[in-house]
Design a protein. Structure first.
Length: 139
C-alpha cells in the first residue's frame, strides 16, 4: 500500500472565506500515483473547516449568512472564550458545525464524487496563514 502526505497552505484576506480546493486535492492524488484508495482532507486549525457540497455561489453565501446568524462574530463579549484575549469564539463554533474533515474514495486515480460534489476549505478566523492536510492511502 502507498501512502502520501501533502500540506496545502492558505492566507485568506478576510475573516471568513470559502475556497474550493477540489483541484488542489486532485493534484495531490495525481502526485501520489494512488489509483484505488482513500483521501483524507482535514483542516489543521480549530477555527477552520473542510466540507463537501455544491460549488454554487448562492449556496456559499447562504452558508455564510446561516453561520453568522447561528454564531455571530459580534458582540465579541458574547463568548466566554474571548475572555482569554481572543476574538474568535464564533469561529470555533462555526468549525464545529461545518466539520473538521472529509474522506473521499479514489477510483481509477480520481476523486469519486456524487453529482455536483466539491471539496471546500471554510475559514472562519482568517487573515493569516493556515494549512490543510491531505493524506492519501491506497494502491
Amino acid at each position: 500500500m502507498k501512502s502520501y502526505r501533502e500540506e496545502l497552505w492558505f492566507n485568506t484576506s478576510s475573516r471568513r472565506e470559502y475556497i474550493n480546493i477540489t483541484d488542489k486535492v486532485q493534484e495531490a492524488i495525481n502526485k501520489s500515483r494512488v489509483k484505488e484508495g482513500l483521501c483524507l482532507v482535514n483542516a489543521m486549525h480549530i477555527t477552520a473547516s473542510v466540507y463537501i457540497n455544491d460549488a454554487e455561489q448562492g449556496l456559499l453565501q447562504d452558508y455564510d449568512d446561516w453561520l453568522e446568524k447561528l454564531a455571530p462574530h459580534e458582540p465579541i463579549s458574547h463568548y466566554r472564550h474571548n475572555n482569554t484575549g481572543e476574538d474568535n469564539g464564533d469561529a470555533h463554533l462555526k468549525r464545529q458545525v461545518m466539520g473538521r474533515e472529509v474522506v473521499v474514495a479514489i477510483t481509477e486515480g480520481r476523486l469519486d464524487f456524487g453529482p455536483w460534489e466539491q471539496i471546500f476549505y471554510g475559514e472562519f478566523d482568517g487573515r493569516r496563514r493556515k494549512r490543510i492536510l491531505v493524506k492519501i492511502i491506497g494502491e
